[in-house]
Ligand binder design. Sequence first.
Ligand code: HEM
Length: 312
Amino acid sequence: MEARINVEVEELVAWIRELGGNSFFPDQLLARSVMNVIGSIVFGRRFGRHDTQRDSFLEDLYTFTTSLWTIMPVNRFPLLRFVPGFRGPFCRQIATHDRMMEFIRDNVRRSFADADSESFVSRYRDQSADDFDPVELDFIIRDLIVAGTETSVTSIRWALAMLANHRQVQTRVQRELDAVVPPTRLPSLDERPQLPYVDATVLELMRRRTVAPLSVPRATAADTEVNGYFIPAKTMVHGVYFRACSIVTWAYLGGGACAWALFQPTLIVNDGICAAIVIFSSSSRTSKFRHSLTIKLQHLGTSYPRPPIPGL
Ligand code: HEM
């Protein structure tokens, strides 16, 4: 997986270099790059630089994710889909989704046609054998792409903005990379323990610019216990990432409005505050219920571009 990510990071850096130091809006390049990473892992083939099918899909994906909030009321109250004002956006969302699924089905077909392709698709088919369900496969891929693309693009876009606005952090990140990684290649995940400041910068970025601050609602399928706290079946559980991470930092700094807004990876490096990130969740059935979970954010599907890009 790392090798495939590196291919796309090198391509992204080449795209940016070709802009010759001119300013540009990074959204489209980042979206193509992230989609190429997911596509190469899932379908086992690279999308070309000017792949129009991929670009149309990305436009649909953008429309789909940004319209999710608009049609949220229809999700809650399905009868609203017949009400003018809701019907139009709802039908457009269905049409967009249909086009996205067609793109996915087409690429799954191509993966199957290529007997040599090493991909999520081929592994899924081999492992499910007699239980193979093509519709389920299409929807798993849709979930991976929908969940993985906009989140990664937004995180990288914020990383660029935060590093550009905090030159001392950027310099220290670069210095640490230069000390550990030879200039002829990209960093490897194996080098992560030797890159504590880079690691901390990623975590600090996720604290300051949390992509899904309220996560997505979950429900317990059965009675369960987490860290000694009992959670009854059918309880809605939210991970409140933003508040949890920020409260830890804010409390550590002794409170105060500006502590909230800092971008300071050293807190994490020096004191290990976010070696694990604390999540508080709440239940819809027992409002006073609260429990904490510790997780490590090892989820970032991206790498760090190197060497430094002039002008960024
Ligand atoms: C910086 C990038 C990313 C961020 C910030 C992010 C954030 C999140 C969050 C907050 C959740 C909800 C977790 C919860 O249940 O509380 C989630 C779930 C999920 N993410 Fe990511 N994600 C990122 C990248 C990716 C990538 C690259 C993929 C796949 C290619 C992916 C696939 C998924 C899937 C499939 C789920 C649902 C898991 C489940 O239902 O159990 N994510 N992500």
